[in-house]
Design a protein around this ligand. Structure first.
Ligand code: HEM
Length: 438
């Protein structure tokens, strides 16, 4: 549509149940919806289903409540704070590399890579945000990881998920998918409760059980959340759920898809390996500070290009709360808006005729021409809270694994079944052929 109507800000069509829907096409229209008039566009009612996985935290707050929660949580993910998390990324990566070493010691092995990165990123976000080691890396039957897996990559259809969320009475029918969502929910609840209580035990908390007034020795996000007297225990647990989900599923998907991309582009993989090895001859666990990664030009180009071509969240949506004119065209109140993250990342108008091609060299000497050329973390007041966290974690993990291992497709153009529920994930855990790189 963007190619057919290059001058139009959006295209209009009927969505689910003939709902009036538009897909934004230009960077300007995205900027208008995401920044200029961000608070006139709210989340559409259907997206409430995602509360089942993401938790009813900041992602679903609107208007002043959103601004308030954003102010509260932002210091926990400031650049300075994120840089201080580097030893956590080193520790979790070293542990998973120990497992890879065992798997490949006798030669190349085909195995599913996604579960390893899901456990790595989950333990990293829990440690960084709540100071708690969930130990999922060591436990390959980690209930929490399996719970996310059962909701996100299991099930024949995303429709089952929406039926669970919205069809009255449906969730009580004991279909296999419903049973796994119910079980997963108990596990999410037990985990957030555990994190909450572990912090409380280590603190001199005053107040009642449903209103937190003080968590004096708690750190990081819980400390920040506990400062607000108006948050109930339930609301804090929902924010914990949000951080755990948003902080790991996206990055795990990104790392896995990116290794597949590099398996399809061995020349890039080899050039990257050579650069990283030259910079870190004794291994990346010897890294002193994040700036050492920033100075690697090719690594920077490759990570930006991987973020452009593999956005884990390919689309998100908003709903117009009033009639609003966008570049001379009216979007009417109640219209659903598709924000096409992947569409914009692949825009030929922005990236030229080879926009579909994976080419790290396109980043030589340039940032994206416009912040809205590259929407992987979105933009505006709802830009991803963990953007800097995810960027550093991704860069470190990618550099470490590519330096030590070679990743190949196990058959050329291997078929991949995908499932889209918030993030796009490989259904089969993404098997690749892995070996120690020479
Ligand atoms: C590669 C990794 C990641 C990607 C691609 C990603 C992408 C996104 C996107 C597209 C949104 C906007 C969704 C919308 O408003 O419709 C978002 C929001 C958010 N992300 Fe991320 N994310 C990543 C990692 C993380 C991490 C590590 C955290 C850790 C805290 C995180 C926390 C959040 C939160 C809390 C929001 C809601 C922000 C708000 O509404 O104000 N994300 N993310």
């Amino acid at each position: 549509m963007a190619e057919k109507y290059p001058d139009k800000p959006f295209t209009r069509f009927f969505g689910f149940f003939r709902m009036d829907t538009v897909t934004l096409l230009t960077p300007e229209a995205h900027k208008f919806v995401l920044q200029t008039r961000a608070y006139d566009f709210t989340r559409p009612s259907l997206s409430a289903a995602y509360k089942l996985i993401i938790g009813d935290g900041i992602v679903f707050a609107e208007g002043d409540a959103h601004k308030h929660q954003r102010r509260l949580l932002s210091p926990a993910f400031s650049l300075a704070k994120v840089k201080s998390f580097l030893p956590i990324f080193v520790d979790k990566t070293t542990k998973v590399m120990g497992q890879f070493d065992e798997l490949v010691q006798a030669g190349p092995v085909v195995f599913k890579i996604l579960p390893y990165f899901a456990r790595l990123t989950l333990d990293a976000i829990a440690q960084a945000s709540f100071g708690i080691d969930l130990n999922s890396i060591e436990d390959d039957k980690s209930e929490l990881v399996l719970a996310y897996e059962s909701i996100i990559t299991a099930g024949e259809s995303t429709l089952e998920f929406f039926a669970f969320a919205f069809l009255p009475g449906w969730k009580y029918i004991p279909t296999p998918y419903n049973l796994s969502v119910r079980k997963a929910h108990k596990i999410f609840d037990a985990t957030t409760q555990r994190i909450f209580e572990e912090k409380l035990v280590n603190s001199d908390r005053g107040g009642t059980n449903d209103k937190v007034t003080e968590i004096s020795k708690a750190r990081d996000i819980l400390e920040l959340l506990a400062k607000t007297e108006d948050l109930t225990v339930e609301q804090i647990k929902n924010q914990i759920m949000t951080i755990l989900f948003a902080g790991h599923e996206t990055t795990a998907g990104l790392i896995s898809w990116s290794l597949l991309t590099l398996a399809k582009h061995m020349d890039v993989q080899e050039q990257l390996r050579a650069e990283v090895r030259a910079a870190f001859p004794d291994g990346l666990d010897q890294i002193g500070n994040p700036e050492q990664l920033d100075s690697l030009k090719y690594l920077n180009n490759v990570t930006r290009e991987l973020l452009r071509v593999n956005p884990p969240v390919i689309t998100t949506s908003r709903c117009a709360t009033k009639d609003i004119v966008v570049e001379g065209e009216t979007i009417y109140k109640g219209t659903d808006i598709n924000i096409s993250i992947k569409g914009l990342n692949y825009s030929k108008k922005i990236w030229g005729s080879d926009a579909d091609k994976f080419d790290p060299n396109r980043w030589n000497g340039r940032q994206a021409d416009d912040a809205y050329a590259y929407l992987t973390f979105l933009q505006g007041p709802r830009i991803c809270l963990g953007k800097q966290f995810a960027e550093l974690e991704f860069k470190y993990v990618l550099a470490s694994f590519v330096a030590r291992y070679k990743f190949e497709e196990y058959v050329e153009n291997q078929p991949i079944d995908r499932k889209f529920l918030v993030t796009v994930m490989p259904m089969d855990g993404l098997p690749l052929r892995v070996s120690r790189a020479e």
